[in-house]
Design a binder for this molecule. Structure first.
Ligand code: NAD
Length: 498
């Protein structure tokens, strides 16, 4: 059995602890076992990271950026192989795996601008002979805990800005697809990153807790499901760490009667079923306004579903591949049954789908529900599979209320030709990321990513300037250079500018 270990001291390390199975989702077979680290390993890696960080922070930002430029070149060089590796454990199709890598690479590109991004503020003459300036300094050793569904992009959201700012970074990837993050670590070393500035510790809750408890970890970025995000956030914040924890989602696509329906359906199909629905910015709920829009939309969705192709992840014609595990497949199926039991109309049932030659793979056909209502648990919960739910609304106001009152608030999209409605919607909806005729509004690398409510705990988003802010702390210097002699007697009141 192939063994997947950790990465520290500049190379792959075997590990000798508990293990967890890593599946090939296409065949359903165990293809490897990943090591699960423990507290002792975390202690050891943090100590190495701490020693390496001082030197790394002293490298000037332009030189740090050059290593990231080279890392970007290596990602482009190896794109094909990386995409196959990613897909082999995750199950997403190759083109989508390349997108996963590319969206991370774009954050690396952003981080290459770090010399400019780290420039501080300066005020000359804030008082007589007084200047004030501020600088952004690295935190020290920071950590990232990532989910299975974007094993390339999300680690790069985190470590690209963290490293650029001069921190050492410890990555704890998902135990379900742990290989791609190890390749990223190897490529960083090949690009010239000094030993132990980026380390990877594989593991589960035990490693997460060891990172949360370690006093030398100054900040933790987490992306995963909401209950765990909330736990990690609370525990880390109580330990005095800087925390940003992104959670789950249930994103709505609002379709107004004036929308270009063919375009909206094309967009919704890709956003609902792409990557088998295993995206935190997927669009698993569609809200047509008015029964006329709902009926027309449903008819087109059903027709599009007929031509959807589910296949192995290496099939270039497949629209999506298997889900990540048998357990996740069973969970999705139980939510389909829940929808039926709650009285929603099951228009297309993806259960029982079998791909010839891959009968043990974790495949699910596309599922469509109509007449889903906000009271249903299958609507309130994140399903995270190829399941699309139609919730009919009578008015714009009702359509605006649905995502606003939903416990999750990651992304939302509105399809319309009406600028007034679109503008009001963007202004009033209680969701962190809004698409106007854009189904998956993941912000580009120089903006930043973050949801509201149960989709995000903490106040700074991922990447963009928020990433730079998260991984640095500001030091502000007030300096005075008197021109000789004592300027004033001791003052016992707070200095002011009055
Ligand atoms: P998950 O919550 O199961 O795992 C995320 C990470 O937490 C993994 O590294 C895992 O090892 C660790 N973990 C699991 N159980 C833990 C526990 N009890 N204590 C401490 N750590 C634990 O999430 P997942 O299934 O890997 O990923 C899918 C979820 O992530 C979905 O809910 C999805 O919406 C969410 N997600 C959110 C975003 C976002 O930016 N908001 C992006 C991608 C995925």
């Amino acid at each position: 059995m192939r063994a997947i270990g950790h990465f520290y001291s500049g190379r792959l390390q075997p590990g000798d602890g508990r293990v967890s199975d890593v599946f090939d989702p296409n065949t359903g077979q165990v293809q490897a076992q990943v090591q699960l680290g423990d507290t002792a390993l975390v202690e050891r890696v943090v100590a190495a990271s701490k020693a390496a960080q001082r030197g790394w922070a002293a490298v000037n930002p332009q030189r740090r950026a050059r290593i990231l430029f080279e890392f970007k070149r290596l990602l482009e060089r190896d794109m094909e192989a990386l995409a196959y590796l990613l897909s082999s454990e995750h199950g997403k199709v190759i083109a989508d795996a390349k997108g996963d890598i590319q969206r991370g690479l774009e954050v690396v590109e952003f981080a290459c601008g770090i010399p400019h991004l780290l420039k501080g503020d300066y005020t000359q003459g804030a008082g007589p002979g007084i200047d004030v300036y501020s600088m952004r300094q690295a935190l020290g050793v920071v950590a990232g805990i990532t989910p299975f569904n974007f094993p390339a992009m999300i680690p790069m959201w985190m470590f690209a800005p963290a490293l650029a700012c001069g921190n050492a970074f410890i990555l704890k990837p998902s135990e379900r697809d742990p290989s791609l993050p190890l390749r990223l670590a190897e490529l960083l070393v090949e690009a010239g990153l000094p030993t132990d500035v980026l380390n990877v510790v594989q593991g589960d809750k035990a490693v997460v807790d060891a990172l949360l408890n370690h006093p030398d970890i100054k900040a933790i970025s987490f992306v995963g499901s909401s209950d765990i995000a909330q736990y990690v956030y609370g525990r880390g914040a109580a330990k005095g760490k800087r925390m940003q924890c992104m959670g789950g989602a249930k994103n709505h696509g609002i379709v107004l009667p004036d929308a270009d329906l063919d375009q909206a359906v094309a967009d919704i199909m890709g956003a609902a079923y792409g990557s088998a629905g295993e995206r935190c910015m997927a669009l698993p709920v569609v809200v047509p306004v008015g029964d006329h829009t709902a009926d027309a939309l449903r008819e087109r969705l059903v027709a599009s579903i007929e031509s959807l192709q589910v296949g192995v992840s290496t099939d270039a014609d497949a629209h999506y591949g298997p889900v990540v595990s048998a357990a996740h497949k069973a969970r999705i199926e139980s939510y389909i049954q829940m929808g039926v039991d709650e009285g929603a109309e099951l228009v297309r049932d993806g259960r029982g789908f079998a791909l010839q030659g891959y009968e043990s793979g974790f495949f699910l056909g596309p599922t469509l529900f109509d007449r889903v209502t906000p009271q249903m648990k299958s609507y309130q919960d994140e399903i995270f599979g190829p399941v699309l739910q139609i919730v009919r609304a009578d008015s714009f106001e009702e359509a605006l209320r649905l995502p606003s009152q939903h416990p999750y608030g990651n992304g939302v999209a509105i399809f319309t030709r009406n600028g007034d409605y679109a503008r009001d919607f963007a202004d009033q909806v209680e969701v962190g990321m809004v698409g106007i005729n854009v189904p998956i509004p993941v912000p580009v690398a120089y903006h930043s990513f973050g949801g509201w409510k149960r989709s995000g705990f903490g106040d700074l988003n991922q990447y963009g300037m928020d990433g730079v802010r998260f991984y640095t702390r500001v030091k502000t210097v007030t300096q005075r250079w008197p021109r000789g002699g004592v300027l004033a007697d001791s003052s016992f009141v707070i200095p002011t500018m009055s």
